[in-house]
Design a protein around this ligand. Structure first.
Ligand code: ATP
Ligand code: MG
Length: 449
């Protein structure tokens, strides 16, 4: 993408309304625009990051056996009256009346609708297990939307819903999602710690929240430092096999959110030097809730012996639009964002330091073509601005590698490459630059790990 053809409205000034660094940087880097309290437009750069996150989530959900579909954002109230949540959900639910006076709501989550889909088609235990997911906008009328897309009213969520014949089978499904989540966050470059959690209005008795440690996080969390050393399950993990050893290993070290922590137990089990008492951002949650919805909504299947049983279910959410600021909280410095390659809006920014110089522009145009041919995702700063502004902008938007060509380098055949994360600069012959970048970037994509 040529910057002269792109839409990247970066801001020089610090936005006053933003309290935390990720919100400030998302506004300054031209990623989002607020449209009303808790409602955001995703501008091209922000949307590109969101799409990369979405692809990683889809790949890992599919690998773990979940099947993608799409449900509408609006839902009929009747379904929620059946489960009893139409009243209990309270003011967080946005209620809408259509022209025929029918009660609708903007979905805050989809347990009811998926249970309705399930009961419409599935009759027999032979069709189980089944795990369906979608990535769709949710609306929760949060009393205090804040921190940009970290806590917004409309937000994008991946939500999967599983159906199993009994608790034992449902726990196996839960473990598949647990392992998929470990891999998903790891591929984004994040350390997300699974913690025992309260189930809240979704219900159920088994739940983990995945938490990214960050000072600006809204929840207080308590865990054993040992958990940070646990290995991430590999890409070729057999999701049809027994995953309990992996889950046991990850759930043995103490890790709980403030709603679930037992301070006495925490202090007893974790030696002082290993205790982490910190703040964290919830980027996902797993719930097992058994027959909570299937019983009230008559989602039964026939067992082998002909008896009808209510199906056992769980739901599994990931907040995509929250992950973007969570990543920035984890990866930034005083000059701006520092994206991990796997979620970066672009992998390389090619900076032409003097767009008016004929040789310099010719060299850059040619490199731009070569970078694209090499399969790298490149933003080409071909604008006529000054070097200082270009460097500041490149640092702000956080593209992992900067390939810098000035008139002098174009003449002598030298390119400069800056690593955004380490700040290191390397000079090399122009003809080596593309291969050099390809060699460092490809493994950093983490799509083969
Ligand atoms: P929170 O406790 O932060 O309000 P929640 O526990 O109510 O969230 P879940 O029902 O577990 O949320 O939703 C699954 C995921 O969706 C969460 O882990 C979070 O990443 C994301 N999410 C929930 N509410 C919001 C919101 N208001 N804005 C952005 N993301 C959200
Ligand atoms: Mg939650």
């Amino acid at each position: 993408m040529r910057l002269t053809n792109y839409f990247l409205p970066t801001l020089k000034e610090e936005p006053k309304e933003a309290e935390i660094v990720s919100h400030r940087l998302m506004l300054r880097a031209g990623m989002i625009k607020q449209q009303a309290a808790g409602l955001y437009s995703w501008l091209p750069l922000g949307y590109k990051v969101l799409r990369k996150i979405q692809t990683i989530i889809e790949q890992e959900q599919n690998r773990a056996g979940a099947i993608q579909m799409l449900m509408p954002t609006l839902q009929p109230a009747e379904l929620w009256r059946e489960s009893g949540r139409y009243d209990s959900f309270g003011k967080e639910m946005l209620r809408i009346t259509d022209r025929h006076d029918r009660d609708l709501l903007f979905g805050p989550t989809n347990e009811e609708m998926i249970t309705d889909i399930f009961r419409s088609y599935v009759r027999s235990y032979k069709e189980l297990p089944l795990n369906l997911y979608h990535i769709q906008w949710k609306f929760r009328d949060e009393i205090r939307p804040r921190f940009g897309t970290m806590r917004s009213r409309e937000f994008l969520m991946k939500d999967a819903y599983s159906f199993d014949i009994d608790r034992e089978a449902a726990e196996k499904t839960y473990q598949r999602m647990f392992v998929a989540y470990l891999r998903t966050y790891f591929r984004m470059g994040l350390t997300a710690i699974p913690m025992r959690a309260e189930t809240g209005p979704i219900g159920g008795d088994l739940s983990h929240e995945f938490i990214v440690l960050a000072e600006t996080g809204e929840s207080a969390v308590f865990c054993d430092r040992d958990i940070l050393q646990k290995p991430i399950p590999a890409r070729d993990t057999d999701f049809n096999g027994d995953l309990s050893a992996i889950v046991d290993e990850w759930t043995t070290p103490y890790a709980a959110t403030e709603d679930m922590v037992d301070m006495e137990e925490f202090e007893q089990k974790v030696p002082e030097e290993r205790r982490i008492a910190a703040r964290g951002i919830e980027v996902g949650q797993l719930f097992y809730f058994g027959s909570k919805y299937s019983a009230s909504m008559n989602a039964n299947v026939t067992e082998a012996d002909g008896k009808d049983v209510a199906v056992h279910s769980g739901s599994y959410g990931i907040g995509l639009t929250r992950l973007v600021p969570a990543l920035i909280e984890a990866f930034h410095d005083e000059n701006g964002i520092v994206w991990p390659v796997s979620v970066a809006p672009f992998e390389v920014i090619l900076i032409n330091l003097k767009a008016g110089d004929e040789l310099c522009s010719k060299t850059c145009d040619s490199l731009y073509g070569q970078l694209q041919t090499a399969g790298l995702d490149v933003l080409y700063d071909d604008t006529s601005g000054g070097a200082g502004g270009k460097f500041a902008n490149a640092d702000l938007v956080g593209i992992p590698f900067q390939l810098i060509i000035g008139p002098r380098g174009a003449k002598s055949g030298e390119a400069e490459i800056k690593n955004r994360k380490t700040g290191e600069r390397e000079t090399m012959p122009i003809e080596n630059a593309v291969q050099y970048l390809k060699d460092i970037i490809e493994p950093e994509r983490r799509d083969t790990v």
